[in-house]
Design a protein. Structure first.
Length: 221
């Protein structure tokens, strides 16, 4: 089984007009990414555990975008450089690949298992960044076909605003929103990661989004 870099086109975690907007809850909730049906994902996981290479690739294709969004949301505010978060996401994918032969279905969604690994990897990276991280500027390999200077500035302001708002939430509310809204996990999957029932996740999410909306409205008043 190979564990080299897994390529996938990943968009930035904060899209135009998302978290920074005062209507964050409604807008984000309506933009959750399409997900494979839970039963299909469970079957895919079962085949991947048995070593089916096609299933492994498909499983990573489903999970990696969510892991990248989660790592970027957690680590982007520390370094300001997405490549660090992407490296951590890659480490998570490699760890998942390594753990697949030993994985046993205990009735919990596989995504919960994946985000348990992601949470530990992110915590390690955060501790490391506090001790020794030094921001560096990446140089482009060739002509840049990305957004122009004006659009880049606007996106930067939106992202920084979103990070400031999320950083002001209590740790438990911030983690829940990152899993539930940014990464797109179901209430059950989020609950398994955080040790909460699906109902408690929904209630906590409602309260966290209401608090976030209130902070955004106060800033824009």
């Amino acid at each position: 089984m190979t564990t080299g870099r897994i390529s996938a086109g990943i968009m930035p975690i904060v899209s135009e007009g998302s978290v920074a907007d005062a209507k964050i809850g409604v807008r984000l909730a309506s933009r959750l990414p399409a997900r494979t049906d839970d039963s299909d994902l469970r079957e895919l996981t079962s085949l991947a555990v048995q070593g089916d290479r096609s299933a492994i690739e498909s499983l990573l294709g489903e999970l990696r975008p969510m892991v990248v969004r989660y790592c970027r949301a957690r680590l982007g505010r520390v370094s300001g450089q997405y490549h660090i978060a992407d490296d951590v996401a890659q480490e998570v994918c490699i760890a998942v690949l390594s753990a697949l032969p030993r994985y046993r279905d205990m009735g919990r969604p596989f995504a919960s298992f994946v985000f348990g690994i992601a949470s530990h990897k992110v915590a390690d990276a955060l501790r490391s960044s506090v001790r020794s991280a030094v921001p560096t500027q990446d140089l482009p390999d060739g002509p840049d076909d990305g957004p122009g200077p004006e659009e880049t500035v606007v996106r930067y302001i939106e992202v920084e605003h979103a990070r400031r708002l999320l950083a002001r939430l209590p740790d438990n509310q911030r983690e829940l929103l990152l899993l539930r809204v940014v990464s797109g996990l179901s209430a059950e999957e989020t609950g398994n990661v955080l040790g909460m029932s699906p109902g408690a996740v929904r209630v906590a999410q409602h309260r966290a989004l209401a608090r976030l909306r209130q902070m955004a409205e106060l800033e824009s008043a």
